[in-house]
Write a protein of this length. Structure first.
Length: 89
């Protein structure tokens, strides 16, 4: 029986599959460290791409590709209600 938890979430599974399809591209960014954080209680699915400033600035100059494409696909997943990006240092 489905528990209603993250392991049973079709939208979470779809988001994870989408991330896995983009992971090689993200990991290929210069000096990138990619982390996925999930919270079953608050239903968060976060992807953090950490880079040294110089590498990050170059990615920023490229409009964080493939961010827009990824966000469009993530937003189209049924059950995904809010998609945001945030730059922090």
């Amino acid at each position: 029986a489905a528990s209603g938890g993250p392991a049973d979430s079709a939208s979470l599974k779809a988001a994870e599959e989408l991330l896995q399809s983009y992971l090689p591209t993200l990991k290929a960014l210069p000096n990138a460290e990619v982390t996925r954080v999930m919270c079953g209680g608050c239903h968060d699915f976060k992807i953090v791409v950490n880079q040294p400033c110089a590498d990050h600035d170059a990615w920023k100059a490229a409009d964080y590709a493939p961010e827009q494409e990824f966000i469009a696909k993530l937003s189209a997943i049924p059950g995904v209600s809010q998609v945001e990006t945030q730059e922090y240092t």
